[in-house]
Design a protein around this ligand. Sequence first.
Ligand code: AVJ
Ligand code: FE
Length: 436
Amino acid sequence: MTDLDAVLGDAGPTGLKERIAAELAAVRERSLAYTDADDDMLVRQHSPLMSPLVWDLAHVGNYEELWVLREVGGIEPLRPEIDHLYDAFKYPRKDRPSLPLLGPAEARKYISGVRGRVLDVLDQVDLTAPDPLRSGGYVFGLVLQHEHQHDETMLATLQLSRRPGLVRDGELPPGRPAAEPEVYIPAGVFTMGTDAVAWAYDNERPAHRIYLPGYWIDRRPVTNGAYMEFVADGGYRDPRWWLPQGWEWAERNGVEAPLYWTRDGDTWWRVRFGREEPVPPDEPVQHVSWYEADAYARWAGKRLPTEAEWEKACGSRTYPWGEADPGHLGRWANLGHRAARPAPAGAFPDGASPYGVEQLIGDVWEWTDSWFQPYPGYRCFPYEEYSKVFFGETYRVLRGGSWATHPSAVRTTFRNWDYPIRRQIFAGFRCARSEE
Ligand code: AVJ
Ligand code: FE
């Protein structure tokens, strides 16, 4: 059971409330920054894969109203007539532009109204109450991480829009060559998942013991330069490397390189938030689907790691580097839209795990060879539509967060998932191989 005292920390409930209020302000500032554009940009459909940005903006407020105001605060619905519009299971993303959605100004007004009342609930709520939604401020962690996840989704939509000037970039540390490209993880049992991380989702629980035979794993994510060798070697034209459904997907969609890449002579270019630039060889490859990652791994005589292998390589700590909060010290990982790209391979030696595996957290979400399934002893909380309805053999698991992921919405045990054909997300991978 999560240790409440550890959650409350030395500053106790008051301190935790201050932290929650600060994080709520920070995430809202982020959401408003990503939607600080003309109305047409916010209401139009940039891709059938994505909602209009104004949908995400109001949806995060509606979600916050559902869980904090109604579920915990017992407050009557503010605008019950709009609930169905922002229920992610009612209307698929491609149909949302045609819905009578709140316009940008109305959406901002609505979510600001919700937030004002949420801060009142935060003031009154007892964070030491036994109720699992109140205890340790779980419900606030739920809405915080939810809004940050939609902010990352909005960045993927902004990238798809190819509109320049809307997404700021930033400085990143330089990369450095790797001593050894692979790390050996010896056979043995480790603890997967968590019972201790206060705001961990139900799919990260419970902590359970797993035995893994010895295996090798790449020290860093696969870089653009390495991926270019696969492309140059005809990787996209050789069905040997592809699962049949992956080969069929690539053929049907004319996939010949990672999304946003174009070739000009011998040079690969990419469009990044509306800017054309040469693809930097030393950055982790991004915007590849699970099928492309799997094909590359096979071409390299390797495979994708399972999520258990990925998590073990982190060393069974909240973060590979320990407990230190990634938000404060940028020396551990490239997170929270510090820059609008992955950092060069080798840029975060201090973020390495006890095994010496690097850049596990941040930069690019990493595809694993695992389907999104419940852990033994999984208990659904607080609702089925976050994890449970996605379990099965439809979605592949991604780990580690990307450059666009906020530090509060990622950790060693955090599990993301998506269709294997998706590549508009900030996803890359690293390879593994079994002991002979
Ligand atoms: C965990 C990123 C797959 O975006 O569908 C947002 C997160 N869940 N609103 C998603 C989520 C509900 C979810 N992923
Ligand atoms: Fe959502």
